[in-house]
Design a protein around this ligand. Structure first.
Ligand SMILES: NC(=O)c1ccc[n+]([C@@H]2O[C@H](COP(=O)([O-])OP(=O)(O)OC[C@H]3O[C@@H](n4cnc5c(N)ncnc54)[C@H](OP(=O)(O)O)[C@@H]3O)[C@@H](O)[C@H]2O)c1
Length: 326
């Protein structure tokens, strides 16, 4: 099935996804921006036919697209997702799905009521390295997984006009990059049951760095951190009674795994030959729509809601409040 994709947003990730869609045989047939000139520039660069200078104008002609990719800033995701659902158009919504659990639940409920496919674009879940790590853990290679450590820190461009540090755009490390280690530990150890967080806030009021300790039921703990000011290796290690599995950085689209027993690496698994970009989530959307599904089994809305619930709690603990919550 050749899907016709519409894209809301013209930023870095919209560009990367347009390439991934084409790489998988899809077509980007429409793009929308708050700025018509930006949409036109994007359309020229990516050979897109239909161009809109207001995001939701794209949804006024739902028959022109098979699916919409929501790649706007975090503060808009719920508005854009609702607009897709109301138009009856399936939507792949960038992470974080929304700014908080309440909004995420509203979008999920609207999608379920309307029977429209919606998925959070948590591309890490579709990566060959992540799936291989899950297989190895399920096969007992580290024994029962008991401890997970992970970090996701980048030294982001300190541009107050762009999204990373802007409170009104839903900036901050937790929602933008912390969501990866949170999804990782939830996927590998189960739903969190307790969490403690320490945070350092930027002068804009969003979290610059956060350090988190979590319990995932009895005997299973994780510790992870995220940052927009500290440049970490983006590594993850899953440890159990029999050994540990390291997902080499960047763990969210890794090229290498190594299995360690005591202090010796007993196996290296190189996945550099496998593609580690956005193609895999594009494939999942195609699979789901071909099968007539309204949710992805691999990235279900229930997992999105769990991560949103804990992001709310971690933000509460470190004191990050978005304008709609003031
Ligand atoms: N899955 C991933 O790997 C990944 C990676 C990065 C980001 N993301 C997510 O994707 C979303 C968008 O992130 P992004 O990295 O694409 O953000 P970005 O490059 O900052 O773009 C975000 C928005 O800023 C506007 N914009 C773009 N270039 C601009 C410029 N030169 N001057 C002024 N405004 C400009 C665009 O608005 P218009 O829509 O009005 O054109 C665009 O939609 C976020 O929710 C983020 O969390 C996901």
């Amino acid at each position: 099935m050749t899907l016709r994709w519409g894209i809301l947003g013209t930023g870095d990730i919209a560009r990367a996804m347009a390439a991934a869609v084409r790489a998988r045989g899809g077509e980007v047939t429409a793009v929308a921006s708050a700025d018509l000139a930006r949409a036109r520039a994007f359309a020229d660069e990516h050979g897109v036919l239909n161009v809109y200078g207001r995001h939701h104008d794209l949804l006024a002609r739902p028959e022109d697209v098979d699916v919409v990719y929501v790649a706007t800033t975090n503060d808009r995701h719920h508005l854009d997702a609702h607009a897709c659902i109301e138009a009856g158009v399936p939507a792949l919504v960038e992470k974080p799905f929304t700014l908080d659990l309440e909004r995420a639940e509203e979008v999920a409920a609207a999608a379920r009521t309307a029977g429209v496919f919606v998925m959070e674009a948590m591309w890490m879940r579709f990566q060959p390295a992540f799936e291989e790590a899950e297989r190895r853990i399920a096969a007992g290679q580290v024994g029962e997984p008991l401890l997970v450590q992970a970090d996701f820190g980048i030294a982001a461009v300190p541009d107050r006009d762009r999204r990373w540090f802007a409170r009104e755009l839903g900036g901050g490390a937790l929602l933008d990059v912390g969501i990866y280690p949170l999804t990782l530990v939830t996927s590998l150890l189960g739903t969190p049951t307790q969490a403690f967080a320490l945070g350092e806030l930027a002068d804009t009021g969003v979290d610059a760095s956060v350090s988190v300790a979590m319990r995932h039921g009895e005997g299973r703990l994780s510790s992870w951190s995220c940052s927009f000011v500290a440049d970490t290796g983006i590594e993850a290690t899953i440890a159990g009674s029999e050994g540990s599995l390291r997902i080499h950085g960047p763990f969210h689209h890794a090229g290498r795994l190594s299995l360690r027993r005591r202090d010796t690496v007993v196996e290296e698994h190189d996945l550099h030959g496998a593609q580690a970009g956005y193609e895999h989530e594009v494939d999942e959307v195609v699979r789901c729509l071909e099968a007539g599904r309204t949710e992805s089994e691999r990235m279900p809305l229930a997992l999105t809601l769990t991560t949103m619930r804990w992001l709310d709690e971690l933000r509460r603990q470190v004191g990050v409040v978005y304008p709609h919550e003031d």
